[in-house]
Design a protein around this ligand. Sequence first.
Ligand code: G6P
Length: 372
Amino acid sequence: EAAVKGGFATFMDKEIHDQPQAVADTLLGRAGTDGRLQLDEMRIRESVLRTVDKIVVIACGTAAYAGHVAKYAIEHWCRIPVEVELAHEFRYRDPVVSEKTLVVAVSQSGETMDTIMAVRHAREQGAKVLAIVNTHGSTIARESDAVLYTHAGPEIAVASTKAFLAQITACYLLGLYLAQLRGNKFADEIAEDLAQLRAMPEKIQRVVDNEEHVRAVARSMKDEPTVLFLGRHVGFPVALEGALKLKELAYIHAEGFAAGELKHGPIALVEEGQPVFVIVPSPRGRDALHAKVISNIQEIRARGAHTMVIAEDGDEAVVPYADEIFRIPQTPTLLAPLVSVVPLQIFAAALATAKGLDVDQPRNLAKSVTVE
Ligand code: G6P
């Protein structure tokens, strides 16, 4: 077993370190250096993809957060409305889907029963289903109209890490493919976006290389009863995933919030010493997002929060308000989840290890939930 873990103490550690490769392999052969995007596996007719008027992402757990990231990217790039729904909610609602709806089912295993049932439900109503799955020949892959495989390799640890990054990457490819097909972007813009994507594995590697700082902070926090996570825009699903990882691995109460929602309730939770992770968007991005998040950090710090900030290299505006800073490389806003989630994965795994827990097989959880 030690050999299979590649010298790491746990599968999770190995899989966190596999992430640059998982993203690179998912891009391979698709994000061409010639600037064009090849998705030969898109077996849904181009005429159908051109007339799609709504996308609905269905998934469970971590895969659903990949869908949340996809919403921001695809709506921005393609101007197609994207809904993200937990598969078990989608199925038992009465969802409005038609032949013009593209349903995207995201799943590592391809065997999650809730997602399988939602795929069937969508197809019965005439929607086309594209699966983004990691496991070849799995049920969701077989039952969908087309499959865009993530190439993360086998994921053994119950809580998902590298499959998540690969799912986000596949969603970006889908968004850029639709933008290319539907003429939302010029060829040189697609080429630039693909170049940015191809730069991501090396950036993820840089974050993984800084793991010791994150681990040390995690060890010092092993007796914390609750940790909060704040993010805006694509940082919001990252906050949700950071909280989920901590619950799954370390059995610590954790909650993720949209930072803008703070003043509408969650700020009441903040008291002296409360640890709060804040995912800070790029200061080079648009829409004053960065300034808004800085003011959120000031608000919680003024109320005694212990602020743990994930911020870009060179972002000095965070320094006065951060008790800890975890640095990530400069990255276009929409692609940032691929780097900003990594410290949160490392944090959860290190904290669980410090508590003496089984990181690869947390209590009560299954890798693949094959019952409804
Ligand atoms: C389980 C796992 C999670 C995973 C979820 C969805 O709950 O513990 O890590 O995110 O299932 O699994 P899937 O295989 O559909 O991505």
